[in-house]
Design a protein around this ligand. Structure first.
Ligand SMILES: *[C@@H]1O[C@H](CO)[C@@H](O)[C@H](O)[C@H]1NC(C)=O
Ligand SMILES: *[C@@H]1O[C@H](CO)[C@@H](O)[C@H](O)[C@H]1NC(C)=O
Length: 487
């Protein structure tokens, strides 16, 4: 009966909304929801890196264990021999910094006098008062940790990938899984939840053991690979710690689009416009996204904004990602070349082993990291590059931009490389082929714009990065000859 809940729900909404809501909430516990989720707001498509995975992927099957076939994936004479997946952690709590700003905004609303009932959002009710009374359920200790919904994101991703690539995720390959993770709790916990999902796949109905007791062991921490940005001096100096590197983000915060929102929100919440700033507006918007992603509710914070506001706030978030992690500065993407090379070393090894008719030592490699891990890598590979840079002054012109972080790196986003071995290949070169998937959808390869590439062709296309990019050099700061320093 739960196999086709979408249809079932559609039929039951008219006779009883309460029944539908009850059914939905029971479904929410065990599976992802499609666009019919009543908690999803019209603002959901604009949450940027705080977007729920299911909002980007509305076609996800409700039963993650249902057998899957993607018509774009190679089959027939080509069999997948290795999968390398880079996975962003699942849904998380706000960071302590975000929670502090939210508390500041909440304090502002509580300090304001009783509303005169004049202003307020829909229907003239006093939204400022409603928000002042709305409990702040985020505390400092939560600081960016993985939430239960985030564990579910990972378990279900594991189940879906195991259904999509049953031969790679076979029982006998389980002990040969290789897991790496960033040292951040949310990533370590994501790796563990993913393993529990796989356990569920192999042993339906049995409670999973502690990850430490699992055959493949717990994920190993490797920050040099998964948090390469922390180790790249040039990136740290020129971007991360450089007050002017994010010039366009700061300029947009005080630009006309944001000013308009500031005035509107000040009027809606009946607070002095001078008490508000772009950061506080942004945290109100984020709270709408956190309440949806973490608690599955439509928060009153969402009522502060309309779709036009949401588009501006999405742009503000994208501007930051663009200049700090994307095509904005070359070092952003170049700093990920060790990770890129590491992926191809895995693929190379699998090719060699297959050529020698040896078993593949690591058929499945899973690496858990951040949006900040995936965006530079995708940029390095040439993806989501707009003709014009995203600036503080071309918001309108960038309406149809490719670089929309919510579409690229929502929670639990994943970039997967699949290496295939093809029988009956006419030439040895055609024996090995590659496909890439972003968020479980086949991503056309940059060298051919096709859904599949010969492995050799792909390596040739990226030879500059594979051979000419060394983090030790890329990340080195230009030498300055300063005689005064030597004194
Ligand atoms: C900081 O960024 C600006 C803008 O890109 C750049 O001109 C400047 O050289 C950077 N400063 C340092 C110390 O790298
Ligand atoms: C730095 O100083 C050394 C020694 O004085 C000199 O040989 C070199 O050319 C200088 N480099 C630059 C970039 O000025």
């Amino acid at each position: 009966m739960l196999r086709h809940p979408g249809r079932l729900l559609g039929a039951s909404v008219a006779p009883g909304v309460a029944l539908a809501a009850a059914l939905l909430s029971s479904l929410a516990r065990c599976s992802l929801l499609g666009p019919s989720d009543p908690a999803a707001s019209v603002l959901s498509p604009y949450f940027g890196t705080k977007t729920r995975y299911e909002d980007v992927n509305p076609g996800l099957v409700l039963d993650p264990e249902a057998p899957r076939r993607d018509p774009e994936l190679l089959d027939g004479t080509c069999t997948p021999v290795q999968l390398v997946a880079l996975i962003r952690h699942g849904t998380r709590y706000p960071t302590a910094k975000q929670i502090r700003k939210l508390r500041q905004l909440h304090g502002l609303l509580q300090a304001r006098g009783p509303g005169d009932g004049r202003a307020g959002g829909a229907g003239g009710r006093d939204l400022g008062a409603a928000l002042a009374n709305w409990p702040l359920e985020y505390a400092d200790w939560m600081d960016g940790q993985l939430v239960e919904k985030g564990r579910q994101d990972m378990r279900q991703l594991a189940l879906r990938l195991a259904s999509l690539f049953p031969a790679l995720f076979s029982r006998e390959n389980y002990g040969r899984l290789r897991l790496l993770t960033s040292s951040k709790h949310r990533c370590v916990d994501s790796g563990a939840a993913f393993l529990q999902g796989l356990w569920q796949h192999y042993h339906p109905g049995l409670p999973p053991p502690d990850v430490a007791d699992m055959e493949c062991g717990p994920p190993r921490i490797n920050d040099k690979l998964m948090r390469f940005f922390d180790y790249c001096e040039k990136f740290l100096t020129e971007v991360e710690r450089n007050a002017t590197a994010l010039y366009h983000v700061e300029a947009f915060k005080t630009g006309p689009e944001m000013q308009k929102i500031l005035r509107k929100v000040a009027a809606t919440l009946q607070v002095p416009v001078n008490d508000l700033n772009a950061d506080l507006i942004q945290v109100a918007f984020f709270t709408c996204s956190f309440d949806l992603a973490i608690k599955g509710i439509k928060s009153p914070w969402c009522d502060v904004f309309d779709i036009d506001d949401a588009k501006v706030l999405e742009y503000l978030n994208d501007l930051k990602q663009y200049w700090k992690r994307g095509h904005g500065y070359t070092i952003n993407s170049r700093s990920s070349c060790t990770l890129f090379q590491d992926i191809f070393q895995h693929l190379d090894r699998a090719v060699e082993q297959k050529q020698r008719s040896q078993p593949i030592s690591s058929p499945v490699i899973l690496q858990f990291g951040h949006a900040e891990t995936l965006l530079p890598l995708l940029s390095l590979m040439g993806y989501f590059k707009d003709k014009e840079p995203l600036t503080a002054y071309n918001y309108k012109e960038q309406t149809h931009r490719k670089f929309r972080s919510g579409h690229i790196v929502p929670y639990a986003s994943n970039l997967i490389f699949v290496l295939y071995h093809c029988e009956n290949a006419k030439t040895p070169k055609e024996e090995f082929q590659v496909q890439m998937l972003l968020n479980e959808k086949v991503l056309p390869l940059a060298n051919s714009q096709k859904t599949v590439s010969l492995y050799e062709d792909l390596k040739n296309y990226y030879k500059d990065i594979l051979q000419g990019c060394q983090n030790s050099e890329e990340c080195e700061l230009p030498k300055v000859n300063s005689t005064s320093d030597e004194l």
